[in-house]
Design a protein around this ligand. Structure first.
Ligand code: GLU
Length: 476
């Protein structure tokens, strides 16, 4: 095949959530695996819906995920401009071709007249179609009326790389608007012109456009254009899989995920596997692997489920694989106030401990607070603990006392602490779940913390002993 060119064509009407990014990512992968180009085109012809700052926000979202486009509004190429609002003369030129060939006409009707046609259709139980009302002698198009396509209704059979072989009848084809009365083209017309002018080979887009596809096929023919390859992405569904992912189900701005410390590579791996797999069980992919392995015909036809827990799991996986110095740099902005002036070495030791369990970077403060400030005791952690709630008050105090005496003997290397802790088990006759939980709670007052011996070693002997003593005092 000739040079592969794909595009992502969002309208600047808000932020990008995982659904939009997935479409962009798949188009990017198809281009990159063929050494082709991936293009960003802003479809901003619906001025009423445009949201200020959204275009910049979209571009920043793609940049921050490393889904880099070769051409776009901020990456000039040979096929620009890359904003539809700057291409109006191009649409007029193509519209003129259709007028000249008798395939477009000025729509003379007022909205009241159209309303009457609709009511008529309703009364006779017929579907309303504009093409049933083509004016016999349309006025010359002066730009003040909408310009309509004179369609050629027929059956279509076509192939969609994701949805398979599709077929529709002539009844779904109508005279769609090409240019609105405000002088802007409709999406329906503009995207076909742009895809042709920009030499796009693959049109990869969301399911909401599938029902209009027969009209597009009709337009390609009228314009004498070769059809690109089509791939329609199914919706992304919520966790329960029962409805389209919406804002309430966590369809949040991808830039917010990045701000919360979701790693770009993790986001890319997670989003790629929303509805795509490489036919194995593999769930984590590097971008390089995705470029190698991705194929449109392995994208599922039915909606993929957005699972927040899988996203956290994926991100945790990527965090664990980071070199500690890299993680340290990434965490720069996430340390709590109490750690701001702490020693770098100490911070790295703490990070090493929590790296195993960290799911996203913004979670850092709650994982590590007790390493930097005196934790506030919360006796409920003891009274609600499965093992500890069986013991009486005095026994708990006694165990803490024994722990303190015992750890006092340690030189506080990891190994030595562990040895002392094991001795403590013999000495008290209690299970690890009892003694270790108790020490863990008394020294951290946190619901969870890293492995005990390593945590204590990082906390240091003095802090450990004084916290255990405080707990004893509290129980006295
Ligand atoms: N502007 C359309 C949208 O925002 C793009 C559809 C397409 O990719 O052709 O959904």
């Amino acid at each position: 095949m000739n040079n592969i060119r794909t595009r992502f064509a969002p309208s600047p009407t808000g932020f990008l959530h995982v659904g939009g990014i997935r479409t962009a990512l798949f188009a990017y992968l198809v281009a990159k695996q063929a050494d082709g180009q991936f293009i960003l085109r802003l479809e901003d012809t619906d001025q009423k819906r445009e949201v200020e700052g959204s275009a910049e926000h979209l571009m920043e979202s793609l940049h921050s995920l490393g889904i880099e486009y070769d051409e776009g509004p901020d990456r000039p190429g040979d096929f620009g401009p890359y904003r539809q609002s700057k291409r109006l003369d191009i649409y007029i030129k193509w519209a003129q071709r259709l007028i000249d060939s008798g395939r477009a006409y000025a729509d003379p009707y007022s909205s009241e007249e159209v309303q009457k046609f609709r009511e008529q259709a309703q009364k006779t139980k017929q579907p309303f179609l504009y093409r049933n009302h083509r004016p016999e002698n349309p006025p010359a198009w002066d730009g003040s009326q909408p310009l309509r396509f004179k369609s050629d209704p027929k059956e279509y059979e076509w192939h969609d790389e994701v949805m398979g072989d599709l077929r529709t009848g002539p009844e779904v084809i109508d005279d769609i608007i090409l240019i609105k009365s405000d002088g802007y083209p409709t999406y329906n017309f503009a995207h076909i012109v742009d895809d042709a002018e920009m030499e796009i080979t693959h049109v990869i887009r969301g399911q909401e456009f599938l029902s209009s596809q027969p009209n597009y096929l009709n337009l390609y023919e009228a314009l004498g254009l070769e059809k690109p390859i089509f791939a329609t992405m199914p919706h992304i569904m919520n966790d329960q899989g029962n409805k389209k992912l919406g804002k309430r189900d966590g369809a949040k701005d991808v830039l917010d995920y990045i701000k919360d410390g979701f790693l770009p590579d993790a986001m890319v791996s997670f989003i790629a596997t929303l509805g795509w797999n490489d036919s194995t069980e593999q769930e984590i992919f590097t971008k390089k692997e995705l470029i190698e392995k991705f194929s449109l015909n392995r994208v599922g036809k039915s909606g993929a489920q957005f699972d927040q827990r899988r996203l956290l799991w994926t991100n945790g996986h990527f965090i664990r694989s980071l070199d500690i110095d890299v993680l340290y740099t990434l965490c720069q902005d996430y340390w709590p106030e109490s750690a701001k002036n702490a020693d770098e070495d100490y911070k790295k030791q703490v990070l090493t401990l929590v790296q195993e369990r960290m799911k996203y970077l913004a979670e850092l403060p709650e994982l590590i607070n007790f390493f930097f400030e005196e934790p506030a005791p919360d006796l409920e952690l003891i009274t609600s603990n499965k093992q500890l709630k069986k013991l009486d008050h005095n026994r708990i105090k006694e165990l803490l006392e024994l722990s303190r005496q015992n750890l006092e003997q340690s030189n506080f290397t990891h190994g030595d602490i562990q040895e002392q802790l094991n001795q403590l088990l013999d000495q008290t006759g209690e299970k690890p779940a009892v003694v270790f939980s108790l020490i863990r709670i008394a020294t951290t007052w946190a619901p969870a913390s890293p492995q005990l011996n390593t945590s204590l070693a990082v906390l240091g002997k003095q802090t450990t002993l004084s916290r255990i003593q405080k707990a004893i005092d509290l129980l006295t």
